[in-house]
Design a protein around this ligand. Structure first.
Ligand SMILES: [Zn+2]
Length: 176
């Protein structure tokens, strides 16, 4: 009888320990910084299909025409014919290929004077002068917060998207 009770106790203890381990596994600390805070928790699958200047009409009656993404819609993009985006030699430093939501980056280095930043691996970009004030406000050492998209509306340009702010800026690739 004692042997049976002992084995029952060991069995019960095993279940308790296993349960506790399982609970610990499910309650493992989650990296909350990883879930995008903007765009309903999603990183946009693709860049905007076209370059049109369209603001987001808010319920308050205001229009947010800053460059940003909400419900997978890219708002505040400059018009396709915007002369500021004309480059004499588009992609003159080559093309950056690691694009879209599968590649989430942190910023490795910033040069404020030259409006440049580097991704891990030495890939460098120069932010458009007119977008620099937006970019300058971002937190660059907050983690893997950045995704790069090709800009189908402006040849030679890329869109650098902040997954937590939902904001984006234009940049040219300056090589690796
Ligand atoms: Zn653009």
């Amino acid at each position: 009888m004692k042997a049976i009770i002992r084995s029952l106790c060991v069995g019960a203890l095993t279940i308790v320990v296993a349960g506790a381990l399982a609970a610990q596994a499910t309650a493992a600390p989650r990296d909350d910084g990883h879930r995008p805070r903007a765009n309903q928790g999603r990183i946009p699958e693709r860049a905007p299909r076209e370059a049109i200047r369209e603001g987001e009409h808010l319920p308050s009656g205001h229009v947010n025409d800053l460059p940003h993404v909400n419900h997978d819609h890219w708002y505040g993009h400059a018009e396709a014919g915007d002369a500021r985006f004309h480059l004499s030699h588009p992609y003159e430093h080559g093309r950056f290929a690691r694009l879209g939501p599968s590649f989430r980056y942190r910023v490795a280095r910033i040069d404020r004077d030259r409006h440049m930043f580097w991704l891990p691996g030495g890939f460098s970009f120069e932010i458009a002068t007119w977008d620099w004030p937006l970019f300058a406000d971002w937190c660059w050492d907050c983690g893997d917060d950045f995704v790069v998209y090709d800009d189908p509306g402006h040849a030679g340009w890329y869109l650098v998207y902040n997954v937590h702010l939902g904001a984006y800026v234009h940049a040219t690739f300056m090589g690796a």
